[in-house]
Design a protein around this ligand. Structure first.
Ligand code: F0G
Length: 458
């Protein structure tokens, strides 16, 4: 599309700034910088987003016999090894019932919730915290809807570095705060939303007070691009072809940008051809969908949504900072973006759980988005699709409890329990359905209220 401003073309010219074949390039003005000579997140000249570039790009052959996880792909990364827990090598689940209900040729679920801290952010942090060591900083910081903070806290702890996390007060799921707390981050609860937290942390980083490890940091995306490498390799091994489409939840659009970079590099190295690049398809919550708006309205950049709301708190984001990298990714690969309701997200979360795949609400947006795009006829029935699920179910225990079945109090007596199971099953289903609708309306509070009521009847 000729509306695209960003220059995402990978060229053969190695600039003098390159250090061991690695450099940073501004995607807006093309300026290049040495990768580790100083702390830098955006272009010194025009403040455009930076991208890590390499003199040599590997094909799949170069990853063979190299262990497992993110660092198996070191030939595509700026270091041979990072601060590792270790991460990556996540399952590409078969989900036959969802495949059937979606009515596509094949459907696999790449469950990034199986990383060490329970989200894909670990892939970015293993590289990002290694870079922090390289540039010699002693305090790390991020704004977060929760998962980034959990990952940064863990990797910061692993590296022995001080960590600050800025979170939107009252809008972060319990599991994520618990992780950041126990991994010894200082948790600063900001009276504002995620985008405002990111404004604050960018200010702190700009004043040299901390090293920023949000996805604005181009090195984070290097680690995250290994999701794409794993999907491509495993899908090819299983089906003899690459997936037609990858559907993923979108918040700050870092992952979308990372996957697009993965595919551009694979094309450039000759590992795949341009027509083998999967269609990048983003899913957002209806209450926080600036990328969907930009795609549907053909905008060059996203509008900042000031008021955002969704049960999928991980993607409660109104100003996706990686949009200049991600919008071309969606457009150039022939993908699209779709907004889904909170109810559709919860339904998809249940559907995944019914296949044994436990994910947090934001993750289920990919499956919800696939259903919606199938119904609209945008995704065709002969497509092979991979949906990304980005975080583990236990990240948000309140959402899981609200979406799932309710506990049934029973007496401490085996015969009574058997009687309850036998004659109560149809009653239970009805009761549980009613409880679910109530819980959906009132969220976690609904469940607590019901439990109290049931208990008071004993
Ligand atoms: N899914 C989950 C579970 C997330 O935590 C996030 C982002 C996304 C999807 C969106 O990814 O930003 O690359 O488009 N979470 C960030 C955080 C913002 O702070 O944990 P994106």
């Amino acid at each position: 599309m000729d509306t695209i401003m960003a220059d995402l073309e990978l060229t053969d010219d190695v600039p003098p700034a390159a250090d061991d074949g690695v450099w940073l390039a501004c995607i807006e003005c093309g300026e290049t910088f040495a990768p580790f000579d100083e702390v830098r997140y955006t272009c010194d000249h025009c403040e455009g987003l930076l991208e890590v570039r390499y003199a040599d790009l590997p094909t799949f052959d170069e990853f063979e016999g190299e262990g497992s996880g993110v660092w198996r792909y070191h030939a595509a990364l700026p270091f041979d090894v990072g601060v590792t827990l270790p991460e990556g090598d996540t399952p590409l689940h078969e989900v036959p019932r969802i495949e059937e209900s979606a009515g596509v040729d094949s459907l696999r679920v790449k469950h990034e919730g199986m990383n060490p801290t329970g989200s894909f952010k670990d892939r970015g942090m293993t590289v990002g915290v290694r870079v922090a060591q390289e540039v010699g900083v002693d305090r790390l910081a991020c704004a977060s809807t929760g998962n980034t903070s959990a990952a940064l806290a863990a990797y910061g702890a692993r590296a022995g570095l001080e960590t600050l996390v800025l979170l939107p007060a009252g809008k972060v799921a319990a599991g994520k705060i618990a992780q950041a707390a126990l991994h010894q981050a200082r948790i600063l609860e900001v009276d504002g939303n995620f985008d405002q937290c990111l404004d604050r942390v960018q200010d702190l980083a700009g004043r040299g007070e901390a090293y920023l490890l949000n996805s604005l940091n181009p090195f984070r995306l290097e680690g995250q691009k290994t999701i794409g490498l794993e999907i491509m390799e495993e899908h090819y091994a299983d089906y003899g072809e690459y997936p037609d489409r990858i559907v993923l939840p979108v918040g700050n659009a870092g992952n979308t940008a990372a996957l697009y970079k993965c595919f551009r590099e694979l094309v450039k190295s000759g590992a795949i051809t341009e027509d083998q690049v999967p269609k990048l398809t983003g899913a957002q919550a209806e209450g926080a969908a600036p990328m969907v708006e930009a795609i549907h309205e053909g905008l060059e950049e996203t509008n900042r949504w000031e008021d955002v709301e969704t049960r999928a708190t991980a993607i409660r984001i109104g100003n996706p900072v990686n949009a200049p990298k991600a919008l071309p990714g969606i457009r150039e690969t022939g993908g699209t973006a779709v907004a889904v309701s909170d109810e559709e997200i919860t339904e998809a979360q249940r559907e995944l759980a019914g296949e044994g795949v436990g994910v947090e609400p934001a993750s289920a947006a990919s499956i919800a988005g696939l259903h919606k795009l199938r119904e609209a006829g945008v995704v065709e029935d002969d497509e092979s699709v991979v949906c990304l699920t980005t975080g583990h179910m236990l990240k948000d225990p309140d959402a899981a409890a609200a979406a799932g079945a309710d506990p049934e109090p029973v007496p401490n007596d085996t015969d009574d329990i058997l009687a309850h199971i036998d004659d109560g099953s149809s009653v239970r289903r009805g009761a549980s359905k009613a409880a679910k609708s109530l819980a959906l309306v009132a969220g976690g509070l609904g469940v607590a209220y019901l439990l109290r009521k049931l208990r008071s009847k004993d």
